[in-house]
Ligand binder design. Sequence first.
Ligand code: DGT
Ligand code: CA
Ligand code: CA
Ligand code: ZN
Length: 573
Amino acid sequence: MARPNEEVATLLQEYADLISITGGDAYKARAYEKAARAIGGYHEDVSTLDLKGLQRIPGVGKSIAEKVLEYFETGSVHAVEELRAKIPAGVRRLTEIPTLGPKRAMTLYEELGVASVEELVDAIHAGRLRGLKGFGEKTEENILRGVRLLRQAGERVPVNVAMELAEEIVAELSRVAGCRRCVYAGSLRRWRETIGDIDILAAAQQPGPLMDAFTSLPYVDYVVAHGDTKSSIRTTKGLQVDLRVVAPDAWGAALQYFTGSKQHNIRIREIAVHKKLKLSEYGLFDARSGERIVSESEEEVYERLGLPWIDPALREDRGEIEAALRGELPRLVTERDIRGDLHTHTDLTDGLCSLEEMVEAAARRGYAYYAITDHAPNLRMQRMSDEKMLAQRERVRELDGRYRGMRLLHGAELNIDPEGNVDWPDAFLAGFDLCVASVHSHFNLPREEMTRRLVRACENPYVNIIGHPTARLIGRRPGIDADFDEVFRACARTGTALEVNAFPDRLDLNDELILRAKRYGVKFAIDSDAHSTVHLGLLRYGVGTAQRGWLTPDDVINTWPLARLREFLRKGR
Ligand code: DGT
Ligand code: CA
Ligand code: CA
Ligand code: ZN
C-alpha cells in the first residue's frame, strides 16, 4: 500500500473516531470511516491526485477530498486538530478498548474524569462504575476482557506495517557507501504476526556512515541511542527500529543471532557447547583456544553444528531442531508456489474494484487461476441477490482465459449460520466452481454448538473452504471458541480445506492451529481475501504464516495444478 494512502486512511479514521467521541453526527463519522477504508485500499498514490482525481475514489466527496489536499499541502487538517484539542490522548486510547466504544469512553471521562486505560481499570476495581448509566456488571467484565486484549497486542504492530517500513529502511541503507549487506532480522524475518521492534542488520568495515544515515531517516521521531555499531530510533508512527552493523566476516553468526527466536538460539548454543564450541553474535569459536572457526554465512554456522540451514519461519523451538537433526525439515511453501487466489471480492459487494480490475491485477501477478468469491445474501448489508450473482457468473465466463490465459473460477463467500447452514439451497450452490464459507455473526455460541456449527458446514458437499476459521481480529476480537480438533477431523474426513487468510489483521488460521490441523491431514488454502487490487499482494503474509505452520506445497491446494484443484473441489460429488 502506498504510504500516503495509509497515512490519510489513519487520519480520516481518527477524525471519524473523534467525531463519535465528541458526540458528533454519527452519519458523518460513518462517512469518514468509509472514506478511510476506500483510500487505504485505493490503487493509486493519493498524494499525486488533484481534487477531481480524489473524488473518483468511492465514498470520497468534495469536503473529504479537500481535507486530503489540505493534509498534503500543510501537513495537517484544521478540523482534525480542532477536535484533537478537545480530548486528552488517553481518552482516545480508551476508545480502542474493544466493546467500549466512543460514547461510553466520553461518559467515563466526563462523569468520572477517567482519562487513561490504567485509570479505567482502577475505577472498575474501586467500584466507581457502579450506578453509572449504561454500565452494568457484564459491561465491567467486557471492558476488563477488552483491556487484556489491547494489552496483549500491546505496543506491537501488525506485520505488514513493520514489513513495509523495514523494506524501505533496508533499501535506503543499502545505498550508503561501504554497505556490503543489509537485511531485516528478528521476528520480522521469522514472519511473526505482530512485531515488537524492527531489527536491521548491516555489514560494513566502517559503521559510521550507516549510523548517520540511519539516525537521519526522514521518519525518525527521535533517536533513542546513537552508538558506534548500534543505534535505535523511534519513528513518527511510534515504531522502534534497531540497527546493528557488524564486520563482513561476522555476518553469518550475527544474522543467526539477531534472527532469533531467543528460544531457538538457546537450543543452538547448547548444541555448540556439546561440541566444545562457543557461539555468539560474533562467530562460532573453539571453546578452549578461542579461535574463530566460521562466521561468514548462516549456512556455515549451522553446518559446523551438524545441522542443515533452518528456515527462519521455523526457528521457534517447536521441533525444528529435532527435525533438522533427523534430516526431516519440511520443504516449505513459498509465494512462488502459489498458482492462484481462491478468496477475493469485487465491487459487486464490499470490494473497491471492479471484476475486470481485480482479474487484470491477478493476471499481472502471474496466476494460473483465480476465484471471485463475493458475499452471499445472508450478510444483509451486501445486498446480494440470485440475479446479481448469475449475471456476475456470466461475465466471469466471458472473461475466462482472456487475461494472459488465466482461468477464472466463479465462487461465493457463504455465511455459516448458527446451525451450520449456508445461504442458498443445494441446487443453486451446485452452479459455483467453489464455495468459501465463513462465520460472520454469532461469535459467542457455547463451545459445543460452535463445534457442531463448523462440522456441519464441513459436511456440506458444496463448502470447499472454511474462510478465516476462528474469525479473530488481531487485537480487537478473540477467536470463536470451538473444539478445533473435532473441526480438523471433520475437514480431513470431508475434503474441506481450511483457509490461511492472509489479511494482516486476521492471519487466520494462525501458525499454531495450522500445525495442529496439519497433523490430521487437513488441506489448506492461502487466500488474500482481497477487497481491492492492492490487497492481492498481502498474500505474502499468509504464506509467511503458513511457513510458520510448517506447510509444504502439497498441503496447500492453491499451489496445485488446476486439474488437481478441480478434482479436490468436486468433493466427491
Ligand atoms: P519482537 O521484537 O518482540 O517482535 O521479537 P524479536 O524476536 O525480534 O526480539 P528482539 O527484537 O528482542 O531481539 C531480536 C533477536 O535478537 C531475537 O530474536 C534473538 C536475539 N536476542 C535478543 N536478546 C537475546 C537474548 O537475551 N538471548 C539470545 N539468545 N538471543 C537474544
Ligand atoms: Ca524485534
Ligand atoms: Ca530488537
Ligand atoms: Zn471475504
